[in-house]
Design a protein around this ligand. Sequence first.
Ligand code: ATP
Ligand code: MG
Length: 198
Amino acid sequence: MSDKNEKHISISQKQKEKVDSGIARAQEERGIVLLITGNGKGKSTAGFGVVSRSVGHGYKAAVVQFIKGKWDCGERNLLERNGVPFSIMSTGFTWDTQDREADIAAAEEVWKDALQYLSDPQYHVVLLDELTYMLGFKYLEKQDVIDAIKNRPKEQSVVITGRGAVTELRELADTISDIQDTKHAYKSGIKARKGIDW
Ligand code: ATP
Ligand code: MG
């Protein structure tokens, strides 16, 4: 056997031992809090990916969209047909009108649905899409949100998406993915595309 090959085998063996011992150590069984944040594209799509994965295994999932954004949403069209309830902030988000009171009322209204999902053990996954902004702008009481997530059923996982997650959310999360904005088509003038961006 060549030296190069022997070296490769020894490196692979060490890597395998590391992976195996990691797997052996991870024994706790409980739902997790997955935070997908950062400025890059792919946070909501990843969140919906987790929901689809769960539904594909026959689990129940629920989605709360804290910023309505564009009315049309490909994932919603697909997942609602598969029995996933969606709760959407009724007035959307009034960036332009700057009607803070209306935004707070809308956030509180949809938060009631979130609370229901977060206390119902039949939901294996709850996606809180764009929740980070509700805390960043203080539209929802931070402690209430943290407590509700902490006190959820043991087997339930929560996926939170949005930019600029506050420290408390980062502390609460079991897994954090910071999606980096390395390059985005929009910045070279390419228009947002149906089926790709929503
Ligand atoms: P997606 O919904 O595509 O997964 P996202 O959830 O990571 O994106 P948001 O911050 O929620 O991103 O932004 C929503 C919209 O903005 C989407 O249409 C998305 O494609 C677009 N977008 C995301 N990241 C960027 C970026 N870095 N520059 C410009 N547009 C972006
Ligand atoms: Mg998003």
